[in-house]
Every structure is written in C-alpha cells, then in structure tokens.
Design a protein around this ligand. Structure first.
Ligand code: DX5
Ligand code: ZN
Length: 215
C-alpha cells in the first residue's frame, strides 16, 4: 500500500480551506492531524475547534495523531469530531489497551505510536491489537525536522514481525519524509507516509504528493 498523508500542521491556516481543497484535488490519501499539548511535547498546535473545518473542507479521511498526556480523556471526543483513525503515544500511557478499546467502541481505527528513543520491541505485543503502528522518524513536536536514518531498520523489523504473523496492521512513518526518501521508505515496508513541509512547502504540492506515491 502506498498511502500519503499530508500533515496539516504545515498548512497555511490563513488559507486553510484553500489548502484543504488542494489536498482534496491531489492524490493524497489521508489528512494527518497533529495535536500537541505543550506537555507531552514542547509545542502546542491545535485541538477540537479545528476538527470542524478539517471535517467540513477536507474530503479525505482524518488521521489524528495525539501528542498529548492522558489521551484516555480525549480520544472519544476526537472520534466524535470526525476522526477516521486516532493514534496516541505508547510512552504517554501506562496501559494502552483500555484506550484502544475506547477508540474501537467508537468504530474508529486505532494507532499506537512511539518516539525515536523508545525501544521498537515495546510495540510487538500490540501489533495484533491495533490497525496501525506509527513510527516517529523525528522527535514529536515540530514539523520540518531531519529524518532520523535509524528508522529504516525499525521499519524492516516491524514489517518482518507483521508479515511473519500474517497481520493486516499498517505501518505509518512520520517526520522528515520527502520526495527523496519516500520510495526507500515504502520499499523498507512502510504503508503510509506523513509529509508536512515536503508537501506544503513545495512549489507544487500536488506534484510533490504524486512523486512520493511513484515507484
Ligand atoms: C511532528 C509531527 C509530524 C510533522 C511532520 O511532531 O508528528 O506529523 O507534522 O512534519 P514534516 O513532514 O515537516 O517532518
Ligand atoms: Zn504526526
């Protein structure tokens, strides 16, 4: 699968509807939504009020990435606000299972994610309990950072585990993805790539999305 999920964090919020119309026209598959609380990560982005225009102006599924403490308090509201999938960080919680159940109860797809300094082995027990694994290829908190090359081995490892067990779980990669490294990431076993600055910072964002989906 070759899914591209532009991160709206890098959009121009003064012209949000136009940027979302561009996404609708493009070959992008999902819209990635980065929610930051200033506590789990050293940055604050946006929350519920923007889910409304995202849902109103964007025709693509909304892929919500929560970079927050206590995701258990908020996952249901993000589901109700129109999320297509809701992901949270394994290292932000004591036990992810009840939170995954909350999301599932809402009929929404689940995603578990880890920062680059968290041992990828910690995801293994959950591979059959989530719809998607999100491997951060930069430290969560900011767009426009450089891709961490060690992510490649983690993708291959998780791909191998998923295939060995015959699971349908998707692998998403987030951070520093661009038109140069997209093909390599898909080849290593990624199913979905998040791209913020490489899309919204491009002279021709639709072309950038097309290039990332190409072989
Ligand atoms: C980082 C966010 C990413 C970010 C990606 O904390 O989770 O989704 O927007 O931005 P780029 O593609 O610019 O690295
Ligand atoms: Zn993200």
């Amino acid at each position: 699968m070759k899914i591209i999920a532009p991160s709206v964090l890098s959009a121009d919020f003064g012209h949000l509807a136009e940027d979302l119309e561009m996404i609708n026209r493009s070959e992008a598959d999902w819209l990635h939504i980065d929610v930051m609380d200033g506590t789990f990560v050293p940055n604050i982005s946006f929350g519920f009020p923007l889910m409304e225009p995202f849902r109103k102006y964007c025709t693509k599924p909304l892929d919500v990435h929560l970079m927050i403490v206590h995701p258990e308090k908020y996952v249901e509201r993000f589901c109700d606000a129109g999320a297509w999938s809701v992901g949270f960080h394994l290292e932000a919680v004591e036990d992810p299972l009840p939170i995954l159940d909350l999301i599932k109860t809402k009929g929404v797809r689940t995603c578990l994610t880890i920062n680059p300094d968290i041992d990828v082995q910690r995801l293994v027990p959950y591979l059959d309990k989530v719809d998607m694994i999100l491997l951060m290829s930069v430290f969560a908190g900011f767009g426009g950072q450089k891709f961490i090359p060690e992510t490649m081995d983690k993708i291959r490892f998780i791909r191998q585990e998923i295939d060995r067990r015959g699971l349908p779980t998707l692998i998403e990669i987030d951070g520093g993805v661009n038109t140069q490294n997209a093909a390599e990431l898909f080849a290593a076993g990624a199913d979905a790539l998040v791209a913020g600055s490489a899309v919204f910072g491009a002279n021709d964002p639709e072309e950038a999305i097309r290039m990332m989906k190409k072989e």
